[in-house]
Ligand binder design. Structure first.
Ligand code: ADP
Length: 450
């Protein structure tokens, strides 16, 4: 096996040439010692094979000529010619042609083998994945082009997490993830080695991570929204029992102070007060249940309807602020895949921000446009444009950061929540500047599957 390997890798050189010539000379000597025995000349096949294999067809043919001449000389030197010397020349010619045909066949065989090898290497080099072979000590025996490109030539071979198994490996130096598969193969020299195939899965990993983060943000968003809604509802609902409790308390205090009281009346008032406290507790409990349960419910939804709904909901608020709300809704838009309540929340937030941005705008110019349009081939777009103070480039970067606000009583939740909601819908939220003053907030949502 090892000798074959030497032959496969042999490069033309003076060493091989010397060996071929020595072999020819050796055979010639044996030939001479044996008389003109044609059978010994079979041994000339060895140098002819070597020269044809290593140096090519022409060298093989030249070697055949030399062999035939040697043989002829050895016969003629015997000097006991009892037949016509022309017969020996004829024999020498036959010997030459036999050896030359052998040389041609050998060189053709080598070319064919080379082609097969080339095809194999072309396939391996053309792969996207890094393919490499390493021995037990971790020495690299073969590496294809993608491997050399990724890891540099000598490189430390990546190994799967468990020997002989496949798995994901993080390469800390390159900050990339690879899926590595391995199996044991027998190498050309007979050793058992490991063939590895490493596919770069960094992109896929990033996407997984992004979608996990989005999912998390969505979860948080859903809770924040509910908390926001809940806060105002709670304040409203709790007000009643708390006021009632305060009332019953005051009544008791008054009676006790005046001295004109009876136990029955006090007991009844305290019992009622207790009931109200229980009611307040139930309200809180219900709120808690709601917060932990709200999840997005995706369905096909008409964005124009959502906009119309929000415009109606905010009409009073807009009017109070002297803002004229204009809706510019494209006809024939396809439905989008969305949770209507969440998208309403987004538009509601953008409208509220737009109204607040126009506090300093002259009342006659306070115009708010909500526009829908076909986005790219598979999205629908919404734009909310105002004539407000616009966005200072210095705060642009922080706009969507949680708790970032420039308003004295702002919470900095709105835009962050809006973006989380839109991203959770696989959409995009961004803003641009209106050349005539003010800002435009845009978002796009994917069209609902048919
Ligand atoms: P908040 O409204 O509580 O401040 P947001 O996250 O909704 O929180 O907004 C963050 C900041 O973005 C605002 O404080 C404001 O500076 C800026 N902003 C948002 N919408 C607009 C707009 N339409 N025009 C100008 N600035 C805006």
């Amino acid at each position: 096996m090892i000798k074959l390997d030497i032959l496969l890798r042999a490069q033309p050189g003076p060493g091989w040439l010397a060996l071929c010539i020595a072999l020819i000379a050796g055979v010639a000597v044996i030939d001479y010692a044996n008389g003109y025995e044609l059978s010994v000349s079979i041994l000339y096949l060895a140098p002819v094979f070597l020269s044809a294999w290593i140096f090519g067809r022409q060298a093989g043919v030249v070697m055949s000529i030399i062999a035939a001449v040697f043989w002829l000389l050895s016969v003629l030197f015997m000097n006991d010619v009892y037949v016509n010397p022309l017969i020996h020349v004829w024999d020498a010619l036959i010997l030459f042609f036999t050896l030359a045909i052998f040389a041609v066949i050998i060189s053709m065989l080598k070319t064919a083998l080379g082609h097969a090898d080339e095809r194999f290497v072309t396939v391996l080099e053309g792969l996207d994945a890094a393919v490499y072979v390493a021995d037990e000590e971790g020495e690299l025996l073969y590496a294809n082009e993608p491997y050399r490109r990724e890891f540099g030539d000598p490189g430390v071979p990546l190994r799967p997490p468990y020997p002989g198994k496949e798995g994901e490996v993080h390469d800390a130096r390159r900050e990339r993830w690879y899926f590595v598969q391995s199996r044991a193969i027998r190498w050309v020299d007979g050793r058992l080695v490991q063939l590895h195939l490493a596919t770069d899965i960094t992109g896929q990993k990033k996407m997984e991570e992004r979608s996990r983060q989005q999912q998390e943000r969505l979860q948080m968003t859903a809770q924040l929204i509910t908390v926001g809604e809940m806060a105002s509802t709670l304040a409203h609902e709790l007000n009643q029992p708390l006021a009632a409790i305060a009332n019953y308390n005051m009544g008791c205090v008054r009676r006790l102070r005046s001295g004109a009281w009876n136990a029955g009346e006090l007991l009844a008032a305290l019992e009622k007060s207790g009931k109200q406290a229980e009611r307040a507790g139930r309200i809180l409990q219900r709120a808690r249940d709601l917060v932990s349960r709200r999840e997005p419910r995706f369905a096909a939804c008409d964005l124009n309807e959502v906009i119309a709904e929000v415009a109606a909901m905010t009409a009073i608020e807009a009017e109070k602020n002297s803002v004229r709300v204009v809706t510019d809704l494209a006809a024939g838009l396809p439905p989008v895949r969305a949770d209507t309540v969440m998208i309403e929340q987004v538009v509601f937030n953008l409208v509220r921000n737009a109204v607040e941005a126009m506090r300093e705008t002259a009342p006659g110019d306070r115009r708010l446009v909500i526009r829908t349009s076909a986005g790219t081939a598979d999205t629908v777009e919404v734009a909310v444009a105002d004539r407000g103070h616009g966005i200072n480039p210095r705060i642009e970067e922080n706009l969507f950061t949680l708790f970032f606000t420039t308003k004295p009583r702002g919470l900095g939740l709105g835009l962050h929540i809006c973006r989380s909601i839109i991203e959770a819908h696989a959409g995009r939220l961004w803003f641009s500047r209106d050349p005539s003053g003010g800002s435009i907030f845009h978002f796009s949502l994917p069209i609902a599957p048919a």
